[in-house]
Ligand binder design. Structure first.
Ligand code: DC
Length: 225
């Protein structure tokens, strides 16, 4: 059977990664978290002491940015920068801002394109991001646009950061989400938007299990699996 690709796009904190992980486990797909790749470029900029708004500076470091995506024995994606595992470091609030800033640079986006497309060529994938259904995998078998109100997303991220031992005030989390929503949606290069053929899934008032059920129903309708 041909490889299947499922694209999940949507704003920050909509729960794309948790949903994608559950679907990957059920269907034995590889889960590709593309945000982690942008985060790793953002971290490279932090290491190089280049401001995330310094477009020319960021472009200049790209040839030296050595990013690898590896999967551990449990199938969990880990990000490596210059051979070092940076999977935890890319999750700090500063790394989120850096990721959003560097992802607005077209040269950064094209630098990371093949890495993402190669995964879908080799494996059945569920890939989450902002432009998967519109740009990276325009022919994906299934496209889901997952969203929720900003306050609901901020509340979830707030709890998640707390659990990860990075307690951050709610107001700051909400401000970050709103900053990234505005920037990710308004940028010229591959802005966050639903593909014309994406199915909209708003989970503001859905439980996690309900979201998974809805997503699985959409996948079944489109692919028969
Ligand atoms: O999904 P995330 O929050 O980890 O993503 C971090 C940033 O990367 C986000 O602000 C937007 C950007 N991004 C992107 O532009 N395109 C993608 N496919 C994935 C993420």
């Amino acid at each position: 059977m041909n490889n299947i690709s499922v694209a999940i796009d949507g704003p920050s904190g909509a729960g794309k990664s948790t949903l994608a992980r559950a679907i990957a486990a059920k269907h034995k797909f590889i889960y590709v978290d593309t945000g982690a790749i942008y985060r790793t470029v953002g971290l490279a900029a932090q290491y190089a002491k280049v401001d995330s708004k310094d477009k020319e500076g960021i472009i200049a470091i790209l040839p030296d940015v050595k990013i690898e995506m590896r999967y551990d024995d449990e199938g969990v994606q880990r990000m490596f920068l210059g051979g070092k595992d940076v999977s935890a470091e890319i999750r700090t609030p500063l790394s989120s801002i850096y990721a959003s800033d560097v992802s607005a640079i077209p040269e950064v986006r094209s630098f990371l394109m093949d890495m993402q497309r190669d995964m879908a060529k080799k494996y059945s994938v569920i890939m989450d991001g902002r432009d998967i259904g519109t740009v990276v995998l325009p022919n994906a078998d299934v496209k889901i646009f997952l969203t929720a109100e900003a306050k609901a997303r901020a509340q979830r991220r707030f709890l998640e950061l707390q659990q990860k031992g990075i307690p951050t005030p709610f107001e700051e989390v909400l401000r970050d989400i709103e900053y990234r929503d505005a920037q990710d949606s308004s940028r010229a290069a591959a802005p966050l938007k639903a593909a014309d053929d994406a199915v909209l899934l708003d989970n503001t008032s859905l439980s996690f299990d309900e979201s998974v059920e809805m997503a699985n129903r959409i996948i079944k309708e489109k692919t028969g699996i």
